[in-house]
Design a protein around this ligand. Structure first.
Ligand code: IMP
Length: 181
């Protein structure tokens, strides 16, 4: 799979040492609060598995399945929720964990729905990657692993048409592996 990559942005050791820092910060910030971590599936799986083991607090875990890419390298602009009911988050301090902030439409729409329908005590956003680009909605993540240029990346949970999630690093795909259209 590595041979499909054009460039490597972050090796596993770099990712994990950044997660050490984020885990320490989250441990301090959420001390004494009822923390629920909400994973945005499937992209956040690898990030969350490594990050949550670095948070030294009792916490609860729940997830939401949504999609906005529908297979390409550009956001479709609409967010589809794949489950009829939202988790019970009343009174909980909710940390929403996602792989990447691109247009911001996914996290904006998840946060709005949770705040309107679930009455959490608080919501914060935690992303592994934030793309430097203008966004159609204003979304400010509270915790960011790394800021990157506006490029399509794969690995460490991020996919292209369902592939590459299990790459242990983050990189850009060579053009010949991206299907035109
Ligand atoms: P949004 O445009 O911020 O709503 O991004 C929503 C989702 O699109 C993210 O959670 C990712 O699953 C996916 N996505 C955005 N940028 C990339 C990328 O560069 N590679 C792989 N998936 C991406």
């Amino acid at each position: 799979m590595h041979s499909h990559l054009d460039a490597i942005l972050f090796h596993e050791t770099t990712i994990l040492s950044r997660l050490d820092e984020l885990g320490r910060q989250l441990t301090v910030d959420y001390a004494g609060r009822d923390l629920t971590v909400l994973l945005v599936l499937h992209g956040s799986l690898f990030f969350a598995a490594d990050l949550l083991r670095r948070i030294n607090l009792p916490l609860q875990l729940t997830s939401l399945s949504v999609s906005s890419y529908h297979g390409g390298t550009e956001s479709a602009g609409t967010v589809t929720f794949h489950q009829p009911a939202l988790p019970d988050l009343r009174g909980r301090h909710v940390l929403i964990v996602d792989d990447i902030l691109d247009t911001g439409l996914t996290l904006d729409s998840i946060r709005r729905r949770l705040e309107e329908e679930c009455q959490p005590a608080s919501t914060r956003l935690c992303v592994l990657l934030e793309k430097r680009r203008p966004r159609p909605v204003e979304v400010r993540p509270d915790y960011v692993g790394f800021r990157i240029e506006d490029a399509f990346v794969v690995g460490y949970g991020l996919d292209y048409q369902g592939h590459y999630r299990n790459l242990p690093l983050i990189g850009t795909l060579r053009k010949e592996f991206i299907v035109a259209g």
